[in-house]
Design a protein around this ligand. Structure first.
Ligand code: GN1
Ligand code: MG
Length: 363
């Protein structure tokens, strides 16, 4: 497995003690699951009771794992308090009240009910699947209409704050000593600087007071949805760690960014880049089907800003990391963040053209 779970963690969540020889007193099966790069996740089963989903929270990404879990408990409590409840896997408690366990190595663990008979889908197939995914994330936000998003901890400060991301990019240009990377990026840097107007555009909308803060998932993509393995029905969105207050553009924009693209964000062959119109239409119409009655006029009028904002922000984040010598995103080869940034900028340009031609939407 290459990764040890201290016995005390398993004991805390399953109640199965370890004997003098270090063995569990009844058989425990541990299976590593998921492809997540952030948290480590496992399925734990045995005669102690129903299977559980055990997860170590990455404390390098989340400075306060307690704040992440506190958010989860708040939204879970809200979900079970309402009729027509949205299904969110229940956290497992130990000592009756605790749901987060700090082990002897100072790592944080939590567990949930294991959702049986479910699958995840890594890549969207047809527009209708994109529509269902958009509906699922819209339902998620819509469900929390009666919940004050300000109650959620900002677990990654300024996560989707475009002005902050632009500032990080400018700071990297000033502070980076990697002159060959700056030189290589010159046309990319110019193209991003030239689009500074996206930052002012959003700033004006925010200051108009007509954008509402809502519960946003902040990683809205098809691979963060659990589907029923047999019926294909949507069970629930997962990976709720970045759930924080945000503007509607965040989740809608991430849905557009992750599902209109015909190729992966690391694709180097730019001839493969294409923003697919039929997917765009399916995502926006699915999202609006659930959310439009809850949106302000300003939000509705500017709905097409969502995809532009998220392609732009992701290009900024990848290029910033490239200029900072790859300190944030995992890379498989040295130039990968540069390739990702060009890829996202190319998508952005295609989306700009599509919106101008088909929707007469231009900023
Ligand atoms: C990170 O690791 P993943 O794919 O869940 C990032 C997202 C980016 C994405 C780009 C906590 O998400 O914001 O959109 O990479 N998450 C964090 O691939 O930074
Ligand atoms: Mg994620």
């Amino acid at each position: 497995m290459g990764f040890e779970i201290p016995g005390e963690v398993i004991t805390a969540f399953t109640g199965v003690p370890v004997d003098d020889s270090g063995e569990f007193q009844s058989k425990i099966r541990i299976e590593k699951i998921g492809h997540g790069l952030i948290n480590y996740s496992f399925k734990i089963s045995g005669s102690f009771g129903p299977d559980l989903f055990l997860q170590q929270i990455n404390k390098n990404v989340f400075q306060s794992p307690e704040a992440v879990q506190e958010n989860y408990l708040k939204i879970w409590n809200f979900s079970i308090s309402k009729e027509n409840s949205l299904y969110i896997p229940s956290p497992r408690f130990f000592n009756k009240i605790n749901s987060i366990f700090l082990d002897k190595n100072n790592n944080y663990w939590r567990a949930f009910d294991f959702v049986e008979k479910c699958i995840t889908i890594s890549k969207v197939g047809i527009p209708d699947q994109a529509r269902l995914t958009a509906i699922a994330f819209a339902r998620f936000t819509s469900f929390f209409e009666g919940f004050d998003p300000a109650l959620l901890n900002e677990v990654i400060p300024h996560f989707h704050d475009l002005e902050f991301r632009f500032k990080q990019f400018k700071d990297a240009l000033i502070n980076s000593k990697n002159y060959s990377r700056i030189e290589k990026s010159s046309s990319l840097i110019a193209a991003l600087k030239q689009r500074r107007y996206y930052v002012s555009f959003l700033d004006n909308l925010i200051h108009s007071g007509n954008l509402l803060k809502r519960v946003m998932h902040h990683d809205a993509k098809i691979s963060n949805i659990l589907f029923h393995a047999e019926t294909g029905a949507i069970i629930c969105p997962i990976d709720l760690d970045t759930m924080m207050p945000g503007y509607i553009f965040s989740d809608l924009g991430d849905l557009i960014r992750s599902m209109t693209a015909a190729c992966d964000e690391s694709e180097k062959d730019l001839s493969k880049v294409s923003v697919r119109k039929e997917f765009y239409n399916a995502i926006v119409s699915g999202y609006l089907q659930i959310m439009s009655s809850k949106m302000s006029d300003t939000e509705k009028q500017n709905i097409h800003f969502a995809g532009l904002m998220m392609f732009f922000m992701q290009a900024l984040r990848f290029l910033t990391d490239y200029l900072n010598d790859d300190v944030y995103y995992q890379v498989k080869y040295p130039e990968q963040n540069f390739d990702r940034a060009i890829n996202q900028l190319t998508h952005l340009k295609q989306l700009e053209n599509l919106l101008e031609e088909d929707y007469q939407f231009k900023i």
